[in-house]
Design a protein around this ligand. Structure first.
Ligand code: GCB
Length: 592
């Protein structure tokens, strides 16, 4: 799915700003057709932002169900004869969209874009009323899954088995855009390297009556044409290609054009990089060279805006990644805003791109309350969950397939990978991901309970991604004991599989400003010692090809006895101040 853009044949209007906002406390909005009139509320909500922390009102923060957004939209007067599309970059977790009284789109899944062709419902030069009903409910049919309980008084409560606050709302931008009726609908690029040349295998899909012919061009960063072809699919060759490299990004632009009788009908420009990715033995290769991941599992999480995307926060977070010497991150635990992916493309940051499949593990019910339970069961991870999982994999690959920064798909975080049903569940999902994108390795992130001798699915994947908390959830305060267990386990994985291992999470909750002489858990000193211990082990295990600390910054979670105003495993605080460990990590990573 292409990101909308301005161009010689297309126009783009951003619809961010303040929307009228109403909370559907009594679940009457649909029956009362709130979309058919001005929302009856004095509230306004910022878009993009999570709605939860915008108001001094606990009832709104804790609301489970629908919230409604509404605004007037002016269609540019020059758009007569064009196709007119509406696009939401994300609405968390499900949304229905109306243009005046007409429902034009409905989408499940909170972290991926969707759009509607609204040409038949609007007119150039006129206004329409845009209404979006957004539900924050998670059920066994959603990804991530969750459970809704309804009390005797009708009050709904939401529980889920993942460790971040269930922020919701319109988290990313909303767009109105025009295209010609015959237009470029999709572009897929896969690159290869042959001696000094870059090969670009491409496919351009068009929509509308095919009267024109597709031509393609590749421009270098200075806008000079370096390759061209006159087919909708094929391979073009860039002589003396400059590669996209970690820490040294170089982007070309792929231009797909449709012409009829020599006249330009449509044009779409896609920045891309020439690079290869490959797993060979115990190595993870980018452009044929071994790559070592240094960085973090992150979250889209900031004060006030929650999971709302903001470019100021984007620039600041990447600046901190640069300062600390990180070269990569994982989009834990859901796809991030497209602006993030594009920024990484431009700045040479490597991404492990993760679906929102988190919390598919009944063992966590023991941690979050209620006692452990089986995962692959009719009333938990079932065929409905699998259908949503297939959908998020398909939509993620469709959105992110052309980003050079993306080198590895993570199709789930810490699912149960030892129970009987795990293989039947994951085998088709791994196969689907490979079919959709044969050019990138595929993995999932393994949980500490499902060690190499219990896990039954790792052979289906290309790399081993591990989250380990020896010295925190286990051997708390005893780093010597933790060091021995950690090393032994890594050697166990290596002995069994001989595949590259990335430590995708390791970390300790740390209260910024708490210091101790005695290496006490929660102190800044303990976090530094903890990370140092892991690094000593990593440097002894050859198969280890990456270290991503949990977490980049402190982040908000649901309430519970394990969390004090959120998860405190950040190396930076929630407002992005460094803890002591940030300095020790920086010393290691700038050298490594
Ligand atoms: C994990 C999860 C992550 C949690 C983290 C923790 O294994 O993947 O979402 O936040 O542990 O801090 O417990």
């Amino acid at each position: 799915m292409l990101k909308p853009q301005n161009g010689p044949t297309r126009e783009l209007v951003n619809l961010d700003g303040l929307y009228r906002f109403a909370v559907d406390f009594d679940r009457t909005g649909h029956a009362e057709r709130w979309f058919a009139r001005r929302l009856d509320s004095r509230l306004e909500a910022a878009v993009p932002a999570s709605f939860n922390d915008l108001y001094a009102d606990q009832r709104i923060r804790d609301h489970v169900g629908y919230v409604w957004y509404q605004r007037q939209v002016q269609v540019p007067r020059g758009w007569n004869g064009e196709r007119i599309h509406l696009r939401l970059d994300s609405a968390t977790h499900a949304a229905t969209v109306w243009v005046d009284d007409v429902e034009v789109a409905s989408h499940q899944g909170g972290y991926l874009p969707f759009e509607a062709d609204i040409t038949d419902h609007v007119a150039a030069g006129e206004q329409f009323r845009l209404t979006v009903a957004v539900s924050n409910e998670l059920t066994q049919a959603s990804i991530p899954p969750g459970r809704i309980d309804v009390g005797a008084d009708g009050r709904r409560t939401q529980t889920y088995l993942h460790d971040f606050y269930n922020y919701a709302g319109i988290h990313r931008s909303v767009w109105l855009y025009s295209t010609p009726s015959e237009h470029v609908e999709d572009v897929t690029l896969v690159t290869d390297i042959e001696a000094d040349a870059g090969l670009v295998r491409y496919e351009v899909i068009t929509a509308g009556d095919a009267t024109g012919a597709v031509t393609v061009r590749v421009l270098d960063a200075d806008g000079r044409e370096v390759a061209a072809a006159a087919d909708a699919a094929g391979t073009v060759r860039i002589e003396n290609a400059r590669l996209w490299q970690p820490g040294n990004a170089y982007l070309y632009t792929f231009v797909a054009e449709i012409r009829a009788d020599g006249v330009l009908v449509d044009s779409y420009e896609l920045p891309f990089g020439v690079r290869t990715v490959e797993v060979k033995g115990r190595r993870f290769l980018i452009n044929g060279d071994p790559f070592y991941f240094k960085g973090f599992g992150m979250h889209e999480d900031h004060v006030t805006v929650g999971k709302g995307h903001g470019n100021a926060q984007l620039v600041n977070d990447f600046s901190l990644l640069d300062w600390i010497g990180a070269n990569s991150f994982r989009t834990s635990h859901y796809p991030y805003a497209e602006e993030v992916m594009e920024f990484a493309d431009r700045h040479g940051i490597v991404i492990i791109d993760e679906t929102p499949a988190v919390g598919l593990n009944g063992a966590f019910a023991g941690v979050f309350g209620g006692g452990p339970r089986s995962t692959y069961a009719e009333d938990f991870v079932n065929e409905d969950t699998a259908a949503s999982h297939r959908q998020v994999i398909s939509e993620l690959v469709a959105r992110d397939k052309n980003h050079p920064s993306v080198v590895l798909w993570s199709i789930a975080n810490e699912p149960n990978s030892s129970e009987d049903g795990a293989r039947a569940y994951f085998e088709p999902l791994a196969a689907l991901t490979r079919k959709l994108d044969p050019s990138r390795p595929v993995g999932f992130v393994n949980v500490m309970f499902d060690d190499w001798d219990k896990d039954i699915i790792t052979d289906l994947f290309d790399v081993i991604m591990l989250n380990r908390y020896y010295g925190w959830y286990l051997q708390n305060g005893d780093l010597a004991a933790a060091e021995a267990v950690l090393e032994q386990e890594l050697l166990g994985w290596d002995g069994k599989y001989g595949k590259p291992i990335i430590m995708t999470e390791y970390g300790a909750d740390t209260l910024s400003g708490f210091h101790s002489l005695y290496n006490q858990p929660w102190s800044e000193e303990y976090q530094s010692e903890f990370l140092d211990m892991y690094h000593r082990v990593f440097d002894r295990v050859e198969a280890l090809v990456g270290e991503q600390v949990w977490n980049f910054a402190d982040f908000q979670t649901s309430n519970g006895i394990m969390r004090v105003d959120g998860n405190k495993k950040g190396v930076f605080t929630r407002d992005r101040r460094p803890k002591a460990a940030a300095h020790s990590l920086r010393r290691r990573w700038l050298k490594r």
